[in-house]
Design a protein around this ligand. Structure first.
Ligand SMILES: *Cc1c(COP(=O)(O)O)cnc(C)c1O
Length: 377
């Protein structure tokens, strides 16, 4: 096929359900064009109802803003150290630096590609022995696969270090029937353009404590104290979600389950068509884990083969991407401590994310698979 006449296939593109504009129109019609209003409240309620009856949700301007306020709620401040999964998007780690604290990176385990319990405990013991107990743990459900909830939370409880659960990629995933986004002392979600549902840009902070929600909203709306005039006793942020954006979110919540099912069926399609090739491996769900399969990722047998597949797809106008480059390899974090076992370096070398949108068509999937098969034959 020729790149000029073949349709571009994206890694993960926005997929509107149909009712989003109805909610946005309502916002216009009632003149709720502001960072508050019925859509913001309604979106928060929808997410709460979806996740768990006992959680409280604050809709914010992004997942990154939610991480920033989440760490602040956990008391992270200047000079602290925060343990953070190394294999993730930079947005997991950047807010640590916003607060004047320092990230300490933890490598991944093979079975989930997420934060390794062994390395985590080694890091905690080492830091405590040096007189510097870490202030928080950021654990990520990468590509929608839940992290090792049981082991990581056991360590958190043993050492009394709270968890900030980065569920940006895992809305719709679950562990033992319990939804991701409800495990951490605080959790965050993202509704960026490439996520499983999108508001074009946006995020949410989730907590079992009502006070967390209230404080997050207080900070997110410039920390205005009770007074007829503008009175401030704390530094504030402009992080609240707009009522227009939240309208998109309400529409998207209606199709979330469909998106999860479609992304999971993309994974099944790739697996069915490619599992006969020994050069390709898929990350399976351990027992009790359900991934939303936000992105289907493959592990190839070498860096060279991964690149050959990636470049062949690009030639056919198909977007694919290597797995997240671990934070301990990033120049911006070169001076941070890291507790490593080689897993994330290896995955970064050999792993590839395949197009995984919920709007992919059957013929798109066939096109992608046929390019990969041609490389392998
Ligand atoms: C997308 C993402 C974020 C950041 O969310 P934004 O809404 O884009 O700010 C954080 N962590 C992970 C793992 C992500 O994938």
């Amino acid at each position: 096929m020729n790149i000029i006449d073949s349709k571009k296939i994206w890694l993960s593109s926005p997929h509107m359900g149909g009712t989003e504009q109805k909610f946005v129109k309502e916002a216009f019609d009632t003149n709720w064009v502001a960072p508050l209003g019925p859509n913001v409240n309604g979106f928060e309620k929808d997410i709460q109802a979806y996740l768990h009856k006992n959680v409280h949700v604050a809709a914010l301007s992004s997942g990154t803003a939610s991480l920033h306020l989440g760490l602040k709620l956990l008391g992270v401040t200047v000079g602290d150290e925060v343990l953070c999964q190394s294999m993730t998007f930079a947005a997991s780690a950047n807010p640590i630096v916003y607060l004047g604290a320092k990230p300490v990176f933890i490598d991944s385990e093979r079975s989930t590609w997420n934060i390794c319990p062994k390395q985590l405990e080694i890091a905690i013991k080492d830091k405590i022995s040096k007189g510097k107990k870490p202030k928080a743990i950021i654990a990520v459900h990468l590509y929608g696969m839940p992290y090792n909830i049981e082991a990581i939370h056991q360590i958190s409880e043993k050492y009394k270090i709270p968890i900030l659960e980065d569920s940006a990629e895992a809305l719709g995933s679950s562990y033992q029937g319990i939804k991701c986004g409800t495990f951490g002392d605080i959790a965050i979600l993202s509704f960026n353009g490439n996520k499983i549902i999108t508001t074009s840009g946006g995020g949410a902070l989730v907590s079992k404590k009502q006070e967390h929600k209230e404080k997050a909203i207080f900070w997110a709306t410039q920390s205005r104290d009770q007074a007829p005039h503008y009175e401030h006793s704390e530094v504030g942020y402009n992080y609240r979600m707009s009522n227009i954006i939240a309208g998109i979110g309400r529409g998207q919540m209606e199709v979330l389950e469909d998106h999860v099912n479609k992304r999971r069926s993309n994974f099944e399609f790739y697996k069915k068509n490619l599992q006969g090739f020994l050069e390709i491996n898929f990350l399976e769900e351990p027992i009790g884990y359900v991934s939303n399969r936000w992105l289907t990722c493959i592990e190839t047998t070498s860096y060279e083969l991964r690149e050959k597949i990636r470049l062949s797809l690009a030639e056919e106008n198909i977007e694919s991407r290597p797995l997240w480059k671990p934070m301990h390899q990033q120049a911006v974090f070169a001076d941070c401590d890291a507790y490593l076992n080689g897993v994330s370096d290896d995955l970064f070398d050999r792993g590839l994310c395949l197009p995984s949108g919920s709007n992919l068509e059957e013929e798109d999937l066939h096109r992608i698979v046929s390019v990969i098969k041609n490389v392998l034959r």
